[in-house]
Design a protein around this ligand. Structure first.
Ligand SMILES: CC(C)(COP(=O)(O)OP(=O)(O)OC[C@H]1O[C@@H](n2cnc3c(N)ncnc32)[C@H](O)[C@@H]1OP(=O)(O)O)[C@@H](O)C(=O)NCCC(=O)NCCS
Length: 153
């Protein structure tokens, strides 16, 4: 993947509480990066699911350029989803930083595993970060996905 010139010093990662301006900006980014290219909109089910999630944003010069969210599945395992980086900022390691932040948060909160549903085609991103593929591909949001898991330190 081509690496654009990017300075990490300007990126900060913040929690985006539900109903905050940051959360609303993250929703817009998710719609643009994850839903519109599939001809979909963010559904009411997703919004309901959001209320049970911890949301994180990557911010560059005041603009939300990345987002990810976590939800406990049980006492040991977190479900990570909504991983999206703005088109202009992809391949600048912002996704890697967001994942590291989410994993650290999970680990400090006492969770031992993270699971995610990786889009087929993007699974290489997760595998490079130490996630292991599990099982067969399945369809979600109209496209094939692969379950990936990682044990937290
Ligand atoms: C996939 C995505 C989250 C990755 O974030 P990013 O900030 O662009 O990725 P990074 O710069 O941190 O890349 C880290 C490593 O993963 C690799 N990688 C990134 N995106 C990849 C992809 N789609 N497929 C395979 N490898 C990928 C990079 O090449 C890099 O590898 P390297 O360490 O050998 O250089 C981001 O590109 C994105 O939002 N894409 C569109 C939406 C999407 O597919 N989201 C995932 C839904 S499951």
């Amino acid at each position: 993947m081509r690496r654009p010139m990017a300075s990490h010093s300007t990126i900060v990662i913040l929690e985006a509480p539900l109903d905050s301006g940051l959360y609303r900006d993250a929703l817009r980014l998710r719609e643009e990066i994850l839903r519109r290219p599939l001809g979909l909109r963010i559904s009411n089910e997703e919004l309901a699911d959001d209320s049970m999630r911890q949301h994180f944003c990557a911010i560059d010069c005041g603009a939300v350029v990345g987002t990810v969210s976590l939800r406990p599945l049980d006492e040991t395992t977190l479900h990570l989803k909504q991983m999206a980086i703005s088109t202009q900022k992809q391949a600048a390691r912002i996704g890697t930083r967001l994942m590291a932040h989410a994993e650290r948060w999970g680990s400090e909160a006492g969770f031992r595993f993270i699971v995610a549903h990786a889009r087929v085609g993007a699974e290489g991103f997760y595998l490079k970060l130490g996630y292991a593929p599990e099982g067969a591909t399945f369809f979600e949001q109209t496209i094939p996905h692969l379950r990936v898991t990682k044990r937290l330190r």
